[in-house]
Design a protein. Structure first.
Length: 388
C-alpha cells in the first residue's frame, strides 16, 4: 500500500478532545520500517490501540515498507524519513518533529541513536522515551565476535545515548538490571513494560487454514529471523537428534534472513532436509503456531520474544532457551513450557521430546488465559499511556 503521509496530517484544533475539551497529547513513534519483526509489531499494536480521546499517534519510519503497512490504523499519519540508518535519517527526523510538534517521542531499535543525537534540535522540548529491544550486553558481546572495534565504540556511546532520554523502556527485570549494570542507566529512568499482543487478531487468525492442516506430525514451529541471534543452527542440531527418536516429527521455520542458505545446507548435512520446512515470511504465522504441538525458540539473546508471547496466547506450549533476556520471566516451567540453556542442542532436543510427550497433558486453555491477562494489548497499552 502506498501512502502520502504528509497529506494525512492536520494540525490545530482537531487535536482537541471533543468530549472533554482537553487537548490530546501528540505522540510520535519512530522506527526504521514496518517489516515483520518484534519491535515493529510492538509499535503497530501500540499506535493502533492508544486511547484516541487522550492521544494522537503519529509514525515516523525510515522506510514506509513492510508487511505491517496494511495493518496500520487509517487515522495514523506516516512520515517517511527516507532512510533506515541513523546518520541519513537525522535531518528528516528533525524536519518531522518541527512540522508535527509532538508532546512525546517514543523511539525504538535502530533509530534510538538518531533520536538521542537530534534531541537538542527539537523545538518545544518534547519528552523523549527510548525503548530497548534486546539485552544490550549480550548484543555487544555478539557484535564483538565480528566487529570488536564497533562493539567498543557502541559500549562507550550507549550510556551517553540513554542519558539523553527522559525514560528508557525495557521488557523485563533482567533487561532493567542489564541496563543499570552494563550501560550505567539510572534505575530511576528505567521502566519495565511488557510487549503487547493483539489478542483478538491473533486468535481470529489462528483459526484460518494453513499448511499444517491434514499433515501428519507431531509439529514443531519456530518463528523469527534466520540469523545468528535466533540460534536456528542449534535448533536444527537438536531437531536432528529428536527425529531419531520421533521419526515423524516435522519442523516448520517461519521467517527469512541472511543465514537461510547456510541453514538449508545444514539441514541437508544433518539428514533432516525432508522434515524441515523453510516457509519464509508468512502472512499468518498464528495459524501455524496454534496448530503446532510445541513452539521452539533457540535464541542466543533476546529482549522478550513477541513470537513466544503470541504462542502462549494461542495456548501452545513453549520450549525456549533461557538466554540473556526476560524469557524465564515469561515461560512458566512445566506449566506453559520448558527452558534450557542457550547453545545446548542436547538439552534442547531433550526438552522438545519432553514437550511432545508431556505437552498434551498441559492445559492449553489455562496457558491462553494467563497470557491474555499478562500481555493483552488493552492492558499493556494502558501501561504505555501512563508513561506517555
Amino acid at each position: 500500500m502506498s501512502r502520502t503521509p504528509q497529506a494525512t496530517l492536520t494540525l490545530g484544533d482537531d487535536n482537541a478532545d471533543t468530549r472533554s475539551g482537553e487537548r490530546r497529547r501528540r505522540v510520535l513513534f519512530v522506527i526504521p520500517s514496518l517489516r515483520a519483526g518484534g519491535a515493529e509489531r510492538v509499535v503497530l499494536n501500540l499506535v493502533n490501540n492508544l486511547d484516541r480521546d487522550r492521544f494522537e499517534p503519529l509514525l515516523a519510519v525510515g522506510r514506509a515498507v513492510g508487511q505491517y503497512v496494511d495493518q496500520l490504523a487509517p487515522d495514523v499519519p506516516v512520515h517517511e524519513l527516507g532512510a533506515e540508518r541513523s546518520r541519513v535519517a537525522l535531518p528528516a527526523l528533525v524536519r518531522v518533529v518541527r512540522r508535527t510538534a509532538p508532546d512525546t517521542i517514543l523511539s525504538t531499535v535502530g533509530l534510538n541513536w538518531v533520536t538521542a543525537i537530534a534531541r537538542p534540535l527539537f523545538p518545544r522540548h518534547p519528552r523523549v522515551i527510548l525503548r530497548e529491544g534486546n539485552s544490550p550486553s549480550a548484543y555487544l558481546e555478539d557484535l564483538a565476535l565480528t566487529a570488536p572495534r564497533t562493539a567498543r565504540v557502541y559500549r562507550a556511546l550507549y550510556p551517553w545515548v540513554y542519558g539523553r532520554a527522559d525514560l528508557v523502556v525495557c521488557q523485563s527485570r533482567f533487561m532493567k538490571h542489564d541496563l543499570e549494570t552494563s550501560l550505567a542507566v539510572r534505575a530511576a529512568d528505567i521502566r519495565v513494560v511488557p510487549n503487547p499482543v493483539d489478542v483478538d487478531q491473533v486468535l481470529a487468525r489462528a483459526s484460518e487454514p494453513c499448511a499444517l492442516d491434514d499433515r501428519p506430525g507431531p509439529h514443531v514451529v519456530a518463528v523469527g529471523r534466520l540469523a545468528r541471534q535466533k540460534g536456528v543452527d542449534v535448533l536444527l542440531a537438536a531437531f536432528a537428534q529428536l527425529r531419531r527418536k520421533l521419526p515423524g516429527v516435522q519442523l516448520w521455520l517461519l521467517g527469512d534472513g541472511v543465514d537461510r542458505s547456510a541453514l538449508e545446507s545444514l539441514a541437508g548435512e544433518l539428514g533432516v532436509v525432508e522434515a524441515v520446512h523453510f516457509e519464509g515470511v508468512v502472512a499468518n504465522p498464528f495459524a501455524f503456531v496454534a496448530r503446532s504441538d510445541v513452539f521452539a525458540s533457540a535464541a542466543r539473546y533476546e529482549g522478550v520474544s513477541n513470537a513466544i508471547l503470541e504462542a502462549l496466547v494461542c495456548g501452545t506450549p513453549v520450549v525456549a532457551t533461557a538466554c540473556p533476556s526476560g524469557i524465564d520471566e515469561v515461560v512458566e516451567e512445566g506449566a506453559s513450557g520448558w527452558l534450557v540453556p542457550p547453545e545446548d542442542a542436547d538439552g534442547l532436543a531433550a526438552a522438545l521430546e519432553r514437550a511432545l510427550v508431556a505437552g498434551p497433558s498441559l492445559d492449553r486453555g489455562a496457558i491462553r488465559t494467563r497470557a491474555v491477562e499478562r500481555w493483552g494489548v488493552e492492558t499493556v497499552a494502558r501501561a504505555y499511556e501512563a508513561l506517555l
